[in-house]
Design a protein around this ligand. Sequence first.
Ligand SMILES: Cc1cc2nc3c(=O)[nH]c(=O)nc-3n(C[C@H](O)[C@H](O)[C@H](O)COP(=O)(O)OP(=O)(O)OC[C@H]3O[C@@H](n4cnc5c(N)ncnc54)[C@H](O)[C@@H]3O)c2cc1C
Length: 398
Amino acid sequence: MKRSKKILICGGGIAGPACAWWLTKYGFSVVVVEKATAFRDGGQNVDVKGAGQQVINLMGLTEQIEARNTLECGQKWLDAAGEVVAVFPKGGFGTLTSDFEILRGDFARVLFDATRSTCEYRFGTSVVGMEEREDDVCATFADGSTEEFELVICADGLSSSTRDLALAQETRLRYLGAYMAFFKIPRRPEDDFWACSVNGIGGTMINLRPGGPTETTVLITFLANEPDPKRPSTVSRRDMLRAALEGRGTVADRIVGELGAVQDFYFGPMSQVQASTWSKGRLVLLGDAAHCPTPFTGKGTALALVGAYVLAGEIKKCSTHTKAFQTYESILRPYAERSQQELSPRLIRLMHVKTRFGISVARIVQRFFGSALIQSLLKPSTAAKARKIDEDFALPVY
Ligand SMILES: Cc1cc2nc3c(=O)[nH]c(=O)nc-3n(C[C@H](O)[C@H](O)[C@H](O)COP(=O)(O)OP(=O)(O)OC[C@H]3O[C@@H](n4cnc5c(N)ncnc54)[C@H](O)[C@@H]3O)c2cc1C
């Protein structure tokens, strides 16, 4: 495509800066607008597997990412009193821990630093209107100013408002039956480098993970009815979380005790983005805005990186934006949909055990699969599964 006008990227999270990196490498001028007033370094442990890892390699960022590895050495299942039930070491069967464990904020920082001198970042603003014309798009910003762009890339996450300007009818959020909250609490001397998971009675699951020298990250998910946008809840988010943690044992009590002082509190329904098309005219969706699989799949970041690579590559390669967007979607959609299909409301219900009996069964299963004998027997199939993830998506060459 010609490089006459600037490309606008809405969203300075993971997908936006990654796409900016590739587009500027190909000679395009890029403006990234981010709604937050400054770079957002929030978030928890994200893992980058398979094709996402290959994109990091191609960008030459592997060393920088590895230097920020959280050093998590595996996953322990605890009972409500904090006693270890079963241990799943990194590299073994059934563990949460992958090779590339990094805090989302650290990862976003690496991408931001790698692009801040090659493209223009504008913080504290967003696009509130768009007019598509024959040769460009005229974007209206929150302060009322307008500007012309060749293309608009919506990389503003799960609740993308720029997507809603053009593709609201084509998009739906698929609620998976649970809420999730993530935030950080102060690290305690007893916090080690293991992810600690607790499955409490009543459908609440807690994960504590290493979050750097002074912090421990917390991810809590719990079963709940779908929120009704017409009847906003009168219960505050923190009170809703407190109710889900009440009486769930010592790990839960620790979190309730810290909740009042938590700063970077994220809370929301666990939903996937399902869009029947990813583009309209000169506007295209990227990352979570197109196909959020939810943090529970562990695929959102890898998908964002791969999508950024493919979209930028097709924009470079194709003669028109229409062709570029169509090819990008046809290459990426099957991969994104496979990732989303790994989760269903049924699976989420199964994972969030509600009864004492269910917890007892879960403990038996955890002890069985965590035993040294079963771990060693399953080692070959775990290695084969890891290879399969690597082969899950063949990166096109641009
Ligand atoms: C603060 C934060 C913490 C997160 N923590 C985790 C986590 O712990 N675990 C996990 O698996 N995933 C987490 N995610 C989601 C994860 O980053 C994504 O699933 C994945 O990396 C895909 O990235 P993305 O760039 O598409 O979306 P995101 O990373 O969500 O980035 C979207 C960006 O767009 C910005 N934005 C929103 N609306 C607008 C607008 N109208 N105009 C301009 N900019 C806008 C947001 O501020 C954000 O910076 C988090 C996201 C954020 C924003």
